[in-house]
Ligand binder design. Structure first.
Ligand SMILES: [Zn+2]
Length: 306
């Protein structure tokens, strides 16, 4: 049974102190006992400053070392409240909303925190979709004015993969791709879907080589007939994604940060049926201590698996 607060009252009781927040982080980071961050030795002793001193290499590990909280000057208690707030707002939060709710000193701080938290929304080494998966591409962003005859100019191409769960949508994966070439689409599918799975796409020729790459490829329509909805799950995800990008963020997303927003959408979508929002908080904390720190001002990276 995952250990997380169910309600705001439980959350407040549990994380009233910095020590309690820290203990929770230690438990999620090292469920089998503390290890040295540098040499992974389990042989450590606790210093008076609460660091873990390695008896092998003398490195001193903090529970924050190597996580998104590394180098933070803020209290962990405040970070926990940020994570609770972010995971409890169903459609996401703005930097301004976070700044006001937590009373953060500056908009810039709130913005940086949100980006660090988005970075934690990708689980390192997460598994791929399997079974039957619908795959389609969609464009984000408007065409740049004055460029006639190039419909894709200024737009970002996103490959969407949606797992079938009976008639419903299971988990999803999103990935930005440079173009609709066979190679780009195959890479996106390989990053998102286990070989051996059934992959349903439209008749775009670039998808034809999926069967050579170990997938059972099903073409659900031979032409893009308007009104047909033969990829209902992926089409639904595309509609929800676009609504979310437009609504929660007024559509004003810099292309450089789009990956981070795709990660956030995926994180929220794949946990949309969780009964307790606390479970999302738990996952976010767990993943926050499992990723490398994002240097201040650094652009979010293209995830290895999206
Ligand atoms: Zn060590």
């Amino acid at each position: 049974m995952d250990d997380y607060p169910r309600t705001l009252m439980e959350f407040e009781r549990r994380f009233a102190t910095e020590a309690a927040s820290r203990a929770y982080l230690v438990q999620l980071r090292w469920p089998e006992g503390v290890r040295c961050h540098r040499c992974h030795s389990p042989s450590v002793w606790v210093t008076t400053r609460g660091l873990y001193h390695c008896t092998f290499c003398d490195f001193q590990t903090s529970v924050l070392t190597g996580t998104i909280f590394q180098d933070t000057k803020a209290e962990l208690r405040l970070w926990f409240r940020a994570m609770w707030y972010v995971t409890n707002q169903k459609s996401g939060v703005s930097a301004l909303g976070l700044q006001r709710t937590l009373g953060l000193g500056s908009y810039r701080t709130a913005w940086t925190w949100l980006h660090k938290l988005r970075a934690a929304m990708v689980r390192p080494g997460r598994d791929r979709l399997a079974g039957t998966v619908e795959v389609d591409e969609t464009y984000w962003g408007g065409p740049k004015p004055g460029k006639h005859g190039r419909g894709a100019a200024g737009k970002t191409l996103i490959v969407v993969a949606a797992q079938a769960d009976g008639r419903r949508i299971g988990r999803i994966r999103l990935r930005r791709v440079p173009d609709t070439s066979a190679q780009s689409l195959a890479r996106a599918v390989q990053a998102a879907v286990e070989p051996g799975s059934v992959v349903r796409t439209d008749g775009l020729p670039s998808y034809r080589q999926l069967s050579k790459r170990g997938y059972v490829h099903e073409v659900v329509r031979t032409e893009a007939a308007l009104g047909d909805n033969l990829l209902p799950r992926v089409n639904r995800v595309v509609a929800l994604l676009k609504r979310w990008l437009l609504g929660a963020h007024q559509g004003a997303i810099q292309p450089a940060y789009l990956d981070a927003y795709l990660d956030e959408f995926t994180f929220r979508f794949n946990r949309r049926t969780s009964r307790w929002r606390g479970k999302l908080f738990y996952r976010l904390v767990q993943q926050a201590v499992a990723v490398e720190p994002v240097p201040r001002g650094a652009r979010p990276r293209q995830p290895a698996v999206a």
